[in-house]
Design a protein around this ligand. Sequence first.
Ligand SMILES: Cc1cc2nc3c(=O)[nH]c(=O)nc-3n(C[C@H](O)[C@H](O)[C@H](O)COP(=O)(O)OP(=O)(O)OC[C@H]3O[C@@H](n4cnc5c(N)ncnc54)[C@H](O)[C@@H]3O)c2cc1C
Length: 197
Amino acid sequence: MKPLRVVIVGGGFAAVQFAKTLRGKLRPSECEILLFNRENHMVFHPLLADVAGASINADAAAAPLRQMLPGAGCRTERVQRIDLPSSEIEFEDGNGALTRLPYDHVVLACGAESNLGIIPGMSDHAFAFKVMRDATKPEIKKAVETLFGVKVEAVRVANVHGKVKRQGRFVGRRPDWKKAYVVLKKGEKMVEFFDQA
Ligand SMILES: Cc1cc2nc3c(=O)[nH]c(=O)nc-3n(C[C@H](O)[C@H](O)[C@H](O)COP(=O)(O)OP(=O)(O)OC[C@H]3O[C@@H](n4cnc5c(N)ncnc54)[C@H](O)[C@@H]3O)c2cc1C
């Protein structure tokens, strides 16, 4: 019998863990795993601060997906569309042509991005930061102005409840945290650090 084809979109912690777990449970003869990621490597985000601080090389914060997932097919391609009625994904191949591929199951593990586009102008002038829970708006304003050499127009903060996480039999909760949206004064531009990121 033909193996089931499971297509995973994404190559971060969620996708890699899912692919590893599935491979551990089902043999290649039972299940073909195809992972599509825009990059050929997985980034260990928690280590990025050390890369920025030059205490480790950038290479140390990324691992090739093919090495991490010997039991899965890893494709460095961007999935453009999922056609649910026909159970097919549409992706851009290496030559820029759109190609379709049928699947039996599709798993979306393509991460999340803050949608700053819902308020006109916000994506051009506002930046989101994770801040200390006791940081005040004036403190955030001062820190951003000092660190990035810009003038801040406004700071908005939001308290975020920590996610509920299950680990085996245990259910716990991540700590609550605080997010700050910093809006720059008209004409101000964030430094090269953000332009190059
Ligand atoms: C600087 C920083 C530090 C962090 N530190 C911590 C920490 O200490 N502890 C902690 O728990 N969390 C931390 N996080 C958060 C953690 O990194 C994320 O929660 C986690 O990476 C989310 O994993 P994910 O697999 O859901 O998504 P991601 O890691 O975002 O992976 C999604 C992948 O999908 C790919 N993709 C997206 N769309 C497509 C498409 N259409 N086609 C193909 N591929 C696509 C992307 O290229 C990306 O590789 C940190 C995050 C950052 C940015």
